[in-house]
Structure formats: structure tokens, C-alpha cells
Design a binder for this molecule. Sequence first.
Ligand SMILES: C[S@@+](CC[C@H](N)C(=O)[O-])C[C@H]1O[C@@H](n2cnc3c(N)ncnc32)[C@H](O)[C@@H]1O
Length: 241
Amino acid sequence: MTIKNTAINDYEKALSWEIFDKIYHRYDTINTILSAGILRSWRKKLVTAFPLTPNMVALDCATGTGEVIVSVMKNHHHSIKAYTGIDLSKNMMAIGQKRFKKMSYNNKVKFVHASATKIPYQDKTFNCVTMAFGIRNIVEYQTCLQDIYRVLADQGTVMIMEFSLPSVAPLRWLYLAYFRFVLPMIGGLLSGDKKAYSYLNKTVESFPYGEAFKKELEKVGFKVTMKPLTFGIATLYIGKK
Ligand SMILES: C[S@@+](CC[C@H](N)C(=O)[O-])C[C@H]1O[C@@H](n2cnc3c(N)ncnc32)[C@H](O)[C@@H]1O
């Protein structure tokens, strides 16, 4: 089910990376505060479900500050040969690059300035593609899903984690109230950019989730399973090529 909210237009969405490029220095701290640590538990679910075969070659789309790569590498760096993060915000990726400098597996990780709708790699390059809280920021998200399918090797896995809306009505109302009013206020104060955090709820409310997003992945060719996280506040979609 999709809840329509026309308050965000495609132009605004296409330039979303500029918002992240401005708030990059506070992005991770604000996320931790606003999510009360729940984000960390969601990333753990992704790490647990991450497919492990020797010499994995992985890609993280809309990588931002590389949070997903950090979490996966901390746990699985022995099985991973290379992990590349792509994003349109150079400032966000610079934070990620800096974090890895201190780690022993720094040489396995790289950040590349590129759009997730035009992935600059050949067909069947990766065994796994991850994308957390990125797909809803992309106007041409079907193009992005097709491109992910293209760069995945046969039997490869895509893991997409994205906000969704709880199916139980009172919970959904509470969550929407938090997203529409509390989060833009606190996020705005902490980041100094109110627009950045009112943007968040608009993209969440207007993007397909649950069965609707599962169908989008199936259209591209994936066999999909879904894991609702914390009463359906977010969902982890796992697709097999
Ligand atoms: C909410 S952040 C998520 C970052 C990270 N994946 C995480 O879990 O913290 C969304 C990211 O998507 C990036 N982005 C927006 N449009 C993009 C595009 N077309 N291609 C690649 N990255 C994009 C933004 O620059 C931003 O870093």
C-alpha cells in the first residue's frame, strides 16, 4: 500500500544528495539520536542476513558515510574480497573514507562518486549489492533496481533496507506524528537544516513499501523475501537473482 503525499516533487528528490552533502558532518550523530539506537539493531539484521561465500565482491549503493560497509566489514571482512560504496555526495563518502583509514582492511574498501541509477561497473560484477535508506531518495528507482540486477552475478543477492509504515493503525498514527512533527523539529535543530528532516517524512510517505515494493523487485526479476523490522517501521527486502 502506498500513502500518497504530493508535497515532494521529483525535482526536489533528484537533488536530495545536496541535502546530505550539507549535513554530512552531523548525519551519523543525528541518526543515532533520532532513532534511539534502533538503526543499529536494523543494521545488525542486515549483517546477519548478509550472504557469505569466500571472496565476496560487494557494492553498497547510496552508501553515504559508509555505515553499511562498516557494519558488514566489522563482522565479515575475512570473507569479503572487495566492498565498494557509491554515492552522489562526496562529503558523505569522505567521512566513510576517513573511518576506514584506521582499519586493517582499509585496502578492501573504496568509495566512488557515482549515481545508483548509472552504476559504473560491468554486468555481473558483484555477488551482493546492499542499499540502506537510499532507494526512496531516487526518482528513477526502477532504473536503479534494473541496474542493480545487471551488475549482480547469477545467484547474487540484493539487500535493500528502507523505511516503511506499520500495518497496525494506532502504531502507524504515532509513527507518522513522530515523523511529521517531532523528527523535523529535533532534526532541524541538531543539523541546522529544518528542510533536511522534513524531507525525510515526505519521501517515506510517498514511496512504495511492503508488498508494493516487493512487486517492484519482482518486476526486475528478483525472487524476494521481506523482513519487517520493529513493527514494520522499516523493512529489509532480500532479492535473489
Ligand atoms: C539517508 S542517506 C543513507 C546513507 C547510508 N546508506 C546509510 O544507511 O546511512 C541517503 C544517501 O543517498 C544518496 N543519494 C541520493 N541520490 C542518489 C543517487 N542517485 N545515487 C547515489 N546516491 C544517492 C545521498 O547522497 C545520501 O548519502
